[in-house]
Design a protein around this ligand. Structure first.
Ligand SMILES: CC(C)(COP(=O)(O)OP(=O)(O)OC[C@H]1O[C@@H](n2cnc3c(N)ncnc32)[C@H](O)[C@@H]1OP(=O)(O)O)[C@@H](O)C(=O)NCCC(=O)NCCS
Length: 174
């Protein structure tokens, strides 16, 4: 699948490569990101998971750059069955970059690409139901709350927790 370079207001999204694995592993290993985006328990597992993810053509990954520094990653997965066509987004940012509007900029920039360039009429995202920062970020882009996905995701403590299905129709992108 095509991996474009996209320009937002203050971020650039560019195709991720193996050279980005150390930076992305360091970000994914931070407690603030692991709280919401789990991975292998050991750093080596995490690096292997990220490397495998980058090679997975069905979920294109773009690194998020801000002022020349890799600050996170954003990826999407497209359901191409014609009668159910839509795309889902996932994103994480280094904690040092949280709360400055970069997540909103990155999600908006990718959403615009998925709608304008790839012709998606509907996008989805499914943060943990108590991930208030992520939910607020996605609402700023135009995503709306659809409903609770009960016990949708298993956390680090082994228990299942709820997630929130959010979606955005093309004309709602703000
Ligand atoms: C979720 C994430 C991508 C958002 O990116 P970001 O750059 O921090 O988000 P923004 O600064 O664009 O917007 C965050 C908004 O949430 C608000 N916010 C932050 N913490 C909050 C909280 N505890 N409760 C409610 N709102 C909160 C901010 O004030 C801001 O809203 P505002 O602009 O109206 O003030 C980023 O925080 C992240 O990577 N978190 C860890 C990994 C993760 O959760 N990934 C998402 C998995 S679905």
């Amino acid at each position: 699948m095509e991996r474009p370079t996209l320009h937002g207001t203050s971020v650039t999204l560019r195709p991720a490569g193996v050279a980005d694995v150390p930076a992305l592993t360091a970000i994914r290993a931070t407690p603030e990101v692991r709280l919401w985006w789990r991975g292998g328990e050991a750093l080596a597992d995490l690096a292997a998971e990220i490397t495998a993810d980058l090679a997975d053509e069905s979920t294109p990954t773009l690194v998020i750059e801000h002022e020349g520094r890799v600050v996170g990653a954003i990826q999407w997965h497209a359901e191409e069955e014609p009668d159910y066509r839509h795309a889902g987004i996932d994103v994480y940012l280094d904690p040092s970059a949280h709360g400055h509007g970069l997540g909103t900029d990155a999600v908006r920039t990718l959403a615009r690409h998925l709608v304008t360039d790839l012709g998606h009429h509907r996008l989805t995202i499914d943060p943990a139901a108590d991930n208030a920062a992520a939910i607020r970020c996605y609402e700023k882009v135009g995503f709306r709350r659809v409903g609770i996905l009960r016990r949708y995701e298993r956390g680090a403590d082994g228990t299942w927790h709820d997630c929130l299905l959010m979606d955005l129709l093309a004309e709602e992108l703000s």
